[in-house]
Design a protein around this ligand. Structure first.
Ligand SMILES: NC(=O)C1=CN([C@@H]2O[C@H](COP(=O)(O)OP(=O)(O)OC[C@H]3O[C@@H](n4cnc5c(N)ncnc54)[C@H](O)[C@@H]3O)[C@@H](O)[C@H]2O)[C@H](O)CC1
Ligand SMILES: [K+]
Length: 460
């Protein structure tokens, strides 16, 4: 699966404009949006008494259509607005509603609250009174549904501009927007439904979806399935987690190269204790992983240089990223490397400015010519050619020691199996998240490894 498309607010406006230029009016688009949202809300919530809050723009316009559609279906509906509509389409939608519109400040609550105050046009936080009203009405509702986005969210970077209700359902139009998946906004969405309003939309940003993995065929042998070499640092346990993950994610052979024997790892992991660079010139190596447990000292730098000069597809994590931030260089040519920084490592490498997490990841990938896996509760992957993807994280139990080592090993297995760097990174992230979901609450990193086979089996 390739994953659902994501458009920014500007891209969505451009897609809407193209659609209008091709003959579909904004009123038609609004009608489709409102009808689709009402249908999704009815499927989710059933016929509850509803209160629709309408803002001044086209998001509010959608709300008037939703109210009319719910009323036409026999539902008890009231509407409250912040004021008069400011667009012609929203004014027409309000006129078509044709019933009373209450003032937001003194409307009675209802069991189903529909937030149609602001969508992709929000430029600053809601006024204090409107935000407080929204919060209070959501607090008194059984179910809160958002039209396009919960109000108070910045569409493109997922920032919270004013207090945002926790929604149970968000119905958005044609494509996802970055804020549906980026934190801190994403936690407010509830279930997300993407409704078709007949707009053509293409993008080089998408959601990370379940990958397709190939089962070994009769012609397969261990090296066609992929050889992963993990160069362990001084803290060999980290490398052991990476190696275990690579093996359980389907690599045909995994070498764990450490100075001392590493105990407690699967017997299938190949160990030749001594020189961590042993057999680094083996042409069969499909991915070389460096960084977990690696200190940014003289030995670490020497290992980094050898890895960078090896010509193998690289996965660089943890200590290797520190060494890179300290001034080491990536190979100028050869296979595209994959870098897996968390927030702190990303900031050390690329600074803290530069827009949304997606924009920052893209700029970083273009700058170093590598695939960037910018980790966190909303992991973003970016390639040097501008492609990017966001993973909608749900398993926050992943915030545990060693989870990153497991991710790096999983990505290395995908790379060694023959996937291109961007696809390998996306696949590894999905499998890691799925393994976490299968492992359940209170997971430890070792449990992720144990659940990788089940996650992989879902991708055959
Ligand atoms: N893009 C599409 O194909 C379609 C989108 N639909 C819906 O339209 C909204 C976007 O509408 P827009 O009018 O651009 O923006 P909003 O309704 O979100 O609000 C803009 C409105 O509010 C003013 N404003 C912005 N911030 C604030 C604030 N903090 N306080 C007060 N006022 C604020 C701004 O100046 C504007 O006047 C999209 O989300 C969809 O729901 C269509 O209906 C279907 C096609
Ligand atoms: K909204």
């Amino acid at each position: 699966m390739k994953g659902r498309v994501i458009l920014t607010a500007g891209e969505m406006r451009a897609a809407e404009a193209r659609s209008i230029a091709a003959g579909t009016s904004v009123e038609t688009l609004m009608e489709r949006a409102g009808q689709a949202a009402a249908a999704a809300i009815r499927r989710f919530a059933g016929p509850m008494p509803a209160l629709v809050l309408c803002g001044p723009g086209n998001n509010g316009g959608d709300g008037y259509v939703v109210a009319r559609a719910l009323a036409a279906a026999g539902q008890d509906v009231r509407v409250a607005a912040t004021g008069e509509p400011k667009t012609a389409a929203a004014s027409a939608a309000r006129a078509a509603w044709g019933r009373e519109v209450h003032a937001l400040a003194d409307v009675e609550p209802a069991p189903l609250l529909i937030d149609s105050l602001f969508g992709t046009g929000l430029t600053r936080g809601l006024l204090r009174d409107a935000a407080a009203e929204l919060e209070a009405l959501a607090g008194m509702a059984r179910i809160t549904a958002a039209i396009d986005l919960p109000s108070g969210i910045s569409t493109d970077d997922g920032a919270i501009l004013s207090p945002v209700p926790d929604c149970d359902l968000t119905v958005t139009f044609q494509t996802l927007k970055p804020a549906h998946l980026l934190q801190p906004a994403a936690r407010h969405m509830g279930r997300i439904v993407v409704a078709d309003i007949g707009i053509e939309a293409a993008s080089d940003l998408h959601e990370i979806a379940r990958p397709r993995l190939a089962a070994p065929g009769p012609e397969s042998h261990k090296f066609t399935r992929g050889l992963v070499t993990v160069i362990a640092g001084g803290m060999a346990g980290a490398g052991a987690l990476s190696a275990g993950a690579a093996l359980r994610a389907g690599a045909g052979a995994v070498r764990l190269q450490a100075r001392e024997p590493v105990h407690g790892v699967a017997a299938a992991i190949i160990q030749t204790p001594g020189d961590p660079l042993d057999r680094i010139d083996d042409k069969r190596i499909g991915a070389l992983l460096l960084g977990p447990g690696l200190a940014p000292d003289d030995e670490g730098r020497a290992l980094f240089e050898a890895a960078a000069g090896s010509g193998h597809p690289l996965v660089l994590d943890a200590g290797a990223l520190r060494i890179l931030a300290d001034g080491a260089a990536l190979p100028a040519a050869g296979p595209t490397a994959i870098l897996t920084p968390h927030e702190g490592e990303f900031a050390a490498l690329f600074g803290e400015d530069g827009g949304s997490k997606v924009e920052r990841a893209r700029a970083a990938a273009a700058k170093v010519g590598a695939v960037i896996v910018y980790k966190g509760p909303d992991t973003v992957v970016a390639a040097p050619d501008g492609r990017a993807a966001i993973h909608a994280a749900t398993a926050h139990w992943l915030a545990t020691a060693g989870a990153g080592d497991v991710l790096a090993g999983t990505i290395a297995a995908m790379r060694a199996a023959g996937m291109a760097a961007f696809e390998a990174a996306c696949a590894g992230i999905w499998l890691h998240g799925r393994a976490a979901a299968l492992a359940g609450p209170f997971l430890i990193a070792d449990d992720l490894i144990a659940h990788l086979p089940a996650a992989c089996a879902e991708c055959l």
